[in-house]
Design a protein around this ligand. Structure first.
Ligand code: HEM
Length: 158
């Protein structure tokens, strides 16, 4: 039992650090960078901050996934993936897959190069597209978090 509770504690701490970081980047850092007058400062500042957070996010998403699947296996709850009322389990898994794909594959292999190319050509447009994407990911993650807490404690919205 302790192992399960410990996994759950780790799960929530990892989500707090991860999604809390996404919220900071979306609501504070990108708006501040967008206000900077020089394009060079914008790119340098954003790359320094996002670079550091990307490493942290890789660690916390990994911990979230490992503890999440561990809990599913302890609960023997794989059949929840076939029940709509457990939409929050689907949402957790989808949000995790999305971020893991971006952090471990798309960002290092593609997105970083694209960012560097387009931000030099049109910084305002590039930062506004990136800002919109961060808002969508943040909203998805917050809805998922709300659904998971409600569902875990017996409040089934669907
Ligand atoms: C592979 C990905 C994930 C899996 C397999 C997973 C699995 C789980 C499981 C099995 C539980 C406990 C369910 C229960 O007690 O009935 C749980 C709780 C929770 N998960 Fe996830 N999760 C994953 C990713 C995420 C993500 C991405 C978020 C947030 C964006 C998240 C947020 C939460 C929260 C807030 C709880 C509730 C904790 C509590 O109230 O004690 N999880 N997760």
């Amino acid at each position: 039992m302790e192992d399960y509770v410990f996994a759950r504690v780790l799960h929530v701490i990892a989500v707090v650090l991860w999604i809390g970081g996404v919220a900071m980047v979306t609501t504070v850092i990108i708006p501040a960078v967008k206000k900077m007058s020089s394009k060079e400062d914008q790119i340098k500042t954003f790359e320094q901050i996002e670079g550091r957070f990307a490493l942290q996010a890789k660690v916390t998403t990994l911990i979230t996934g490992l503890t999440g699947f561990y809990m599913i296996s302890v609960l023997d709850a794989w059949d929840r993936y076939f029940e709509l009322k457990y939409w929050w389990i689907h949402a957790m898994t989808l949000v995790w897959i999305l971020f893991t794909l971006v952090l471990y594959i798309l960002e290092p292999l593609l997105l970083h190069k694209l960012f560097k190319k387009y931000v030099k050509e049109n910084p305002a447009r590039t930062f506004s597209i990136m800002h919109r994407v961060h808002w969508i990911l943040l909203m998805l993650s917050l809805i998922t978090t709300a659904g998971a807490v409600a569902g875990c404690h017996g409040w089934f919205i669907i």
